[in-house]
Structure formats: C-alpha cells, structure tokens
Write a protein that binds this ligand. Structure first.
Ligand code: SF4
Ligand code: SF4
Length: 631
C-alpha cells in the first residue's frame, strides 16, 4: 500500500524551486519571487478594488476623507465597475481563443494543415444547430458549423445556442433573472459601456451584467472553444504520462510549448514527431526531440497525445532555469513577459507566435493556418540548431517527476461508468452509477478544483492540502488548469492515489478503474465541467444547484478565473475561493458576491484564505446539498 511518502510533497517541490533559485542567482537573473517581494505590500486601493482610472478626471481613490471620486462614484460603484471589467476581460480571453479555433475549423480541409479528427462530434453539433449533414461533404458541414459558431459572437438578436444544453430549471432561472447571454461580443461591449465614465454606479446592476457576461463565456466562448478543439484535434482520451521538471531530458533537444491555443501546440507536437526532424536532431548530437507542455497547453497536448507536462504557471521560469531548454514557444495567455529577459541569461530561444501576445525581446513568428505545419517545422529546426549552444555549467535538471493518468472529458467518464453499469437493468450512457454512489453515501459528492497558482500564497500548498483532505473524505475531484498540473506534479493523478482516499472513494476508483482526481483538461474545459454537472443533474431529475457538486479555486489569479467563477455560480454551483476577489473596499460588493447572487442563481462564493477552513466549508456545503435531496 502506498502512503503519502510515495507522492511528491510541497516541501520537496519547494526544495527544487530553492535550488533553481540558486541557479537564477548564479546567472544574475530575476524571478517572480524577487518581483513579488518588490511589489509587497501591494497597493491597498487596488487590493480593495476602490481605485478608478476610467476617465482623466482621475485616477480617484476612496479614502477616509474622500468617499467619492470626482464624478461622485462611491466605493460600491468603483469596485463594481472594476469587477465587471475583470469579468469582461476574462470572457474576452476565452472567447477570442474560441474565435481563433473557429477560424481554423473554417479553413480546415482534407489536404490542408488542419483536418477534422472527430467527425462524430462535428455531426452531433451540426444536428444540434440545425446544419444539414445528409449527403454533404464533411468539410462543407465543418465550414458551415464554423460560420454558425462565429455568428454567436456578433448576432444582433437572440441568445446563445448552448444555453439550451442546461437543465430546464436553469434555463428558466436565466430567463426569469434576465441573465440569458446574448451575443458574446455584445456582453463584453455592454460591460465596457456600463463601466464607462458617467454610466452605471449601481453595484447590483454591475454584478448582474457580470453574471450575464460570464455566461457568455462558460456557455458561449469556452464551450465553443472546447467543442471545436475536440472536432479539430480529437476528443481527449485516457493517456498515461508524466509530469514535473524531471520530464526534461539532458541528452535531448528540449522544446517547451506554453500557453493555451491548441492550433499552435498541436502543429508543433506533430512536427516534433517527424522522422526527418528527429534524424536532424541526432545529426546535431542529441538523442532526439523531447517536446513537453506547460500550463494549459500541457493539459491540451497531454490528453490528446500523452505529451509529458513540465509544470504549471509559477513553474514557467523554473523550466528555463534548468538550462536545458533549447526553446520555449508560446501562443496566448499566462505567459510572463519576464521570459524574454530570463531567456537572455541562457541559450534558450523564446518564440512568440500570436499577435495577441507580442513580447519585446522574443523571436516573433506569426503562426498562420495556411503555413502552420511549415512554420512548426521551422521552429523545431531552430530549436535543434540551438542544442549545441547549451552551457553545461548552467544545467540542473531536478529528478522529480510523477506518473499521471489524464484525459477524462465527459465522454470518457460516461464510458468508464458504462463499464460498471448493469446493462440488463441500467440505461447505458448515463451518470447513474455515479449518482447511485452519491445517493448511497459511498461518495459524498464531487468538487471541481480549478485555477492558477499565485505568489500571494504558498505556491500549490492550498491545492495539495484541499485535494488530500477531500479525497480522505470520499469526495471525488475533477480538475483542470494549473490545479490539475499540481495534482500531476504531486502524483495525485495516478490510480495509486486511491490509497489516500476514504474507503468509499477508493472502492469506486477500483471498480470504475479511475484515479480519484479526474483530469478534465485546460481552463477553457471548465465548460466540460458545466456539462458534467448538468448531465448529473438531468439524470438525477433535479437542477444543478441541488446536487452535491461545487467548484473550488484555491489559488486563482487570472481575470479568466473571475469570469469562470461567475459562470459556475450562474450555473447554480457554489464556488469556494482561497484568494479574495478585489472588491473588499465595498461592503455592497462583498455582500453581492457571497449572498446576493444566491437570490439570482441559487449559488455564491464562500471565501477563506485558510485551505483547511475552506475544506471544512466545502464538506459542510456538500452535506447540506445532500440533506436538501433527502440523502
Ligand atoms: S470615472 Fe469618476 S471615479 Fe473614475 S476616474 Fe473618472 S471621475 Fe474618478
Ligand atoms: S490555471 Fe490560471 S495560470 Fe494556469 S493556465 Fe489557466 S489561467 Fe493560466
């Protein structure tokens, strides 16, 4: 039997980080630890959300002597406006990512760089949207589906198509509360308009628009991003892989793909498998090409190719500090501009590829669908040519890595549940076996642990503590983003992690043959979690807000996370946060995000910076949901 000693602890991860920090000192490089220290204490006005620079009469700050900005906006108006802008920004990031992927689908062709890999999913979506499929070429269908998807961004009338996937009760709530999302771009533009100088000063109205905008992400942009990515690159399946810095290899050309957009990373991964390039690497003295992922890109390529994962957000500099990375190539989101300065201290080439993320000091190769494969080959060749420039005196590869089983989208979860259903009695293709386990009390519920890591708190500690305690209490975890990466680094995505679970969850894992933490993908794939919760609720015959399923973001940092948290709340699921949202300077906003939303959506935030206290609240919350269902 394996115990916690067989996994990688936070202390062990910190020892590695400390050693890499020494390497940074050796090359006179600055890292996030230095910059976070220089920024501490953070600006209190910003922390509390009560500074406004939405016009040039400001910036205005709310203080003891100045309770209003020059225009008369008070703390509630300013905090509410800032919060709504944050949601709009997060929504724009996920949604613009989806728009790019839709354009890739629109350009896909049988003999082009991008093809349709999941025809079944395409046909299913086409039928859902009323796009004709019979007798048509699959690429004609794909192009029309892409056009219908792109219309979701700017249509003049109506609401988003995917909201019809929600439970009937949820759709009713959205309609009655007037938060049904309209066109995605419209919700973002309306948010920016409302927060413009001289417009909304009512915190409740600002939050209301925040909920609607977030829904245009979760049930719009993010869901489109996930669906179309599956159609183009295949719906993820279960893979055995590895994670943490030990996946870097001394004798190989190491290439790290970092960011979020699979249109880029998929091409680089495919090119990296070409024999001609592997032979070229060998001709340069390497044993081959070692391509690994970082952040959400790691999740995307791990669950479609089994590509190994180097780590999460706060590990992006650590990867370079190993001294063995020939190239860090990035697309969009969560990329430290600091990488260009840091890579100058090493031989590492830092390649940016998107007009959305231009970074001074990087090598910019704008990635285009028409030339994507040739560009990917060019990038890999550049990395290979750089192998000879490695400086042995700067090399330190930590030997930490763990095995991980990844790739559990809804389709895989159902497939595994079908494996334990009694086909003579039970309907296949449903979540009923999981519901039965919850009803029987073998599972107490499920928690979606998502989000980033954040220098404001001990990196990855809250993720780890919360995961351990939930598993021990028979709570199944689904994870995405950098939270899933922490689980990978720690070894918690192995099936052997069942030994950390309570007897009930362990039995479920053995029967269904799954790890107790199911890796569901990147941040954009939290839309999969919404469909999972919806599927469970529908099969149960209740609304999402009634089931013992909640969300938790212990170490979130991104604007995207605020948008996500709001669409999860709008979907009726409570969200437990380990980092305080920046609205503390407004008592009205604090009340609205923790209690006010409950009157609108039936769910809200529970905030506690102590992970152990947060777990207690989660367990308490799950038990209350169970009691509400009479189980
Ligand atoms: S909008 Fe009002 S509070 Fe904001 S900067 Fe302008 S005057 Fe100040
Ligand atoms: S979880 Fe957060 S830090 Fe990690 S990739 Fe997603 S948004 Fe970026």
């Amino acid at each position: 039997m394996r115990t916690l000693e067989n996994f990688t602890t936070i202390e062990q991860m910190e020892t590695v980080t400390a050693k890499l920090k020494e390497m940074a000192t050796f090359v006179h490089a600055e890292t996030w630890q230095d910059r976070a220290k220089n920024q501490t204490p953070h600006c209190k006005f910003g922390e509390d959300g009560i500074c406004c620079k939405n016009c040039s009469m400001g910036p205005c700050r709310i203080t003891a002597k100045a309770s209003r900005g020059v225009c008369g906006a008070d703390a509630h108006a300013i905090a509410g406006r800032n919060y709504l802008r944050t949601i709009a920004a997060g929504t724009s990031a996920h949604s613009d990512h989806a728009r790019e992927i839709l354009h890739v689908l629109h350009s896909a062709s049988r003999d082009g760089n991008y093809q349709v890999r999941d025809e079944q999913k395409l046909i299913k979506l086409a039928k859902e949207w009323g796009v004709a499929v019979d007798g048509r070429d699959i690429y004609d269908v794909a192009h029309e589906v892409a056009e219908v998807g792109l219309a979701e961004f700017g249509k003049s009338f109506g609401t988003l198509r995917f909201i019809s996937r929600a439970t009937p009760e949820r759709q009713k709530v959205w309609k009655e509360q007037d938060i049904e999302p309209r066109a995605i771009d419209r919700e973002i533009a309306t948010s920016m308009h409302m927060t413009n100088m001289g417009n909304s000063a009512d915190a409740a109205a600002l939050l209301h628009q925040g909920l609607r905008t977030s829904l245009s992400n979760g049930w719009g942009g993010s869901m489109l991003g996930t669906e179309i990515t599956d159609i183009l690159f295949g719906t993820p399946t279960v893979w055995n892989t590895e994670g943490n810095l030990g996946v870097l290899e001394k004798d190989y050309v190491n290439i790290v793909v970092h960011g979020h957009d699979p249109a880029f990373s998929e091409m680089v991964v495919t090119a990296g498998e070409l024999k001609e390039l592997i032979d070229y690497a060998k001709s340069k003295g390497a044993k081959g090409i070692n391509l690994v992922g970082l952040c959400c890109t790691a999740n995307e390529v791990a669950m479609r190719h089994g590509v190994r994962m180097a780590g999460n957000f706060l590990q992006q500099e650590n990867v370079v500090l190993t001294g063995v990375v020939e190239m860090m190539c990035v697309d969009v989101q969560c990329i430290f501009p600091a990488l260009s300065v840091l890579t100058e201290c090493y031989h590492t080439k830092f390649v940016t590829s998107s007009p959305i993320a231009r970074i001074p000091g990087s090598i910019y190769i704008e990635f285009k669908p028409e030339t994507a494969f040739e560009q990917a080959k060019e990038i890999i060749k550049m990395a290979i040519d750089n192998f000879q420039n490695r400086d042995a005196s700067k090399v330190y590869i930590p030997d930490t890595k763990q095995k991980a089983t990844v790739g559990y989208p809804c389709e895989q979860i159902i497939k595994h549940l079908d494996g334990v259903a009694n086909s003579h009695v039970d309907e296949l293709g449903s979540y009923r076996p999981a519901i039965d386990a919850i009803k029987a009390g073998v599972l107490r519920g499920a928690v979606a642990i998502v989000g980033c890591n954040n220098p404001r708190v001990r990196a990855d500690y809250s993720h780890f503590e919360i995961m351990k305690e939930l598993l021990a209490n028979d709570v199944l975890i689904v994870a995405t983003g950098c939270a899933a990466q922490l689980a990978t680094k720690a070894g918690l995505l192995q099936k052997e992690a069942k030994y950390l679970c309570g007897a009930g969850l362990r039995r479920v894992c053995e029967l269904v043959d799954i790890p107790p933490i199911l890796h569901m993908g990147a941040c954009v794939d939290i839309s999969r979690m919404m469909l999972l919760a919806t599927g469970i609720a529908k099969d149960w015959g209740v609304d999402t807000t009634q089931i013992p399923v909640v969300g938790c973001a212990p170490e979130w940092m991104s604007e995207k996370a605020v948008s996500i948290a709001n669409y999860v709340v709008s979907t009726g699921l409570d969200v437990y946060l380990g980092i305080e949202p920046q609205v503390k300077g407004s008592s009205q906003m604090m009340e609205l995000i923790t209690e006010g939303t409950r009157k609108i959506t039936g769910a809200g935030y529970i905030i506690n910076t102590d992970p152990h206290e947060l777990v207690k609240s989660i367990l308490d919350g799950l038990e209350k949901k169970r009691a509400g269902l009479g189980i």
